[in-house]
Each structure stands twice: as structure tokens, then as C-alpha cells.
Design a protein around this ligand. Structure first.
Ligand code: F6R
Length: 234
């Protein structure tokens, strides 16, 4: 695992955009795994800027988002899909048919999750997965205790996540930890003191299902890009 420690969130997102830029330059039809959350807002802003400056072309890119709240789809303003639309998708030239999202309001949730796994496989797998990290060490919505073998499925959100995300929805669909681990490359972005414990537990602690992000130590090409505050307990 590679760890890049920089001074500020600004530098975290610049490093991450540079990473994405290089991968897309090598493979214009890159399959990107995407996350939502507060950390991603400045990152997507910078990605949009790179697109506007003609640095990155998303016309051949395919995307798979990590998660969606149960019962929600793109018509809901509180959905993660809506978050992606307003922060990224509506502002770049990604093709609508190349955007893959879990439908939280699907009639058959198990089938929806199974099909998502199949879709990922059909594209040849995720080339670059972008991750954030929860204060409790979650990645995607794989909360502490999630099996390292988990695939895309319905999960119950922890109280910490409900509080941090200011949502009342208790369940979500998420790619599993095994799904995430199949990505060829992974970058995890984190900033701020409130992430320091989770970062320390993921990097310094044992690989342990109590700390979902610790599984990334077993990945052959994972990079943590974090600011000095998130790194303060390493
Ligand atoms: C959401 C996701 C989550 C977030 C994490 C951090 O799609 O993947 O794992 O990355 O909860 O969220 P923020 O950035 O809001 O602290």
C-alpha cells in the first residue's frame, strides 16, 4: 500500500485528479469506480475543471458508483445518484448509458445486486476505484464487521454513518469488500482530524473485519492520499 501525505484537502484532490488523469491518458475507456460524500465534493469540482480545461475527456469512460440508499433512485434529491448528477455527471461529457448505478428502489434488490456484479464483470472489471473512508473505517457502505468476502448487497447503516450523512434511511445497497478488492487500482482520499483514528486503524492496525478499510493492505495497488490532519495518528 502506498501512502501519500500532503498538506491540505486542496493538495489531496490535486493529487487524486492527477492520478485519474494519468490513468485515463493510458486508457481512454477506463472503468471508474466512484464514491459520494463530503470528501468527494472538492475532488469532483477539480475533475470538472480538468474537463473544462480539456485535460480530461470522459466520452469513453464507464462508471460504477459504490452505493445507493435503499428505496432511492435518481428522481430523489436525497439519492446518491442525484449527488453524482449535480456534482459530476451533469458537468462532464460522460455518456448517460455509461453510468452504472445501483437502483435502491428496484423491486428485487437481490437481483439488482447480482446484476450489478455481472455488469461490472461484463465491462472487464473496475480499473480505478476511488474511495473515501468513514470515521468508523467503512468503505462504500461496508460497515465494521462486514465480511471480507462480501459482494454487492443490502446493508444496515451504522449509527455513526446515519449521523455523519444526516440521513434517516437505515439501509443501503453497496458494493461488497470483495467487489472493491477486485478493482485493479484503488485510491482512497481522506482529510481532516475526524478521519485520523480510521486512517490509523486501517494502516497501522491488523487486517481485521472490524476495520473494513484495513482490507486495502492486501490490495496490490492501493494508494491512500491523505492530508496531514488525517495522517496525524499514524
Ligand atoms: C459513499 C462512500 C462512503 C464515504 C465515506 C466518507 O459513497 O463510499 O464510504 O466515502 O462515508 O464520507 P465523507 O467524505 O462524507 O466523510
Amino acid at each position: 500500500m502506498r501512502i501519500v501525505i500532503v498538506k491540505s484537502i486542496k493538495e489531496v484532490v490535486l493529487e487524486a485528479v492527477d492520478f485519474v488523469f494519468k490513468e485515463i491518458w493510458k486508457k481512454p475507456n477506463l472503468v471508474l469506480g466512484l464514491a459520494t460524500g463530503k470528501t468527494m465534493i472538492p475532488f469532483y469540482k477539480e475533475l470538472v475543471l480538468a474537463y473544462k480545461n480539456s485535460k480530461i475527456d470522459f466520452s469513453e469512460i464507464k462508471s460504477f458508483n459504490l452505493d445507493e440508499y435503499l428505496g432511492f433512485n435518481e428522481d430523489d434529491k436525497k439519492s446518491l445518484r442525484y449527488f453524482m448528477d449535480i456534482n459530476l455527471f451533469n458537468k462532464i461529457n460522460i455518456k448517460k448509458e455509461n453510468i452504472h448505478f445501483l437502483n435502491g428502489s428496484a423491486k428485487n434488490i437481490e437481483l439488482e445486486c447480482r446484476n450489478y456484479e455481472k455488469e461490472i464483470k461484463k465491462t472487464g472489471g473496475i480499473d480505478l476505484q476511488i474511495l473515501g473512508i468513514g470515521r468508523n473505517g467503512h468503505i462504500g457502505f461496508n460497515e465494521p464487521g462486514s465480511s471480507f468476502k462480501s459482494k454487492t448487497r443490502k446493508v444496515k447503516l451504522s449509527d455513526t454513518t446515519l449521523r455523519d450523512n444526516k440521513v434517516k434511511i437505515k439501509y443501503a445497497l453497496t458494493m461488497g469488500l470483495a467487489t472493491i478488492m477486485q478493482a485493479k487500482k484503488i485510491i482512497l482520499l481522506a482529510n481532516g482530524k475526524h478521519k485520523a483514528d480510521a486512517i490509523a486503524a486501517a494502516i497501522r492496525g491488523n487486517v481485521n473485519e472490524k476495520v473494513p478499510a484495513s482490507i486495502l493492505k492486501k490490495h496490490k495497488d492501493a494508494t491512500f492520499i491523505i492530508d496531514k490532519y488525517a495522517a496525524s495518528k499514524l
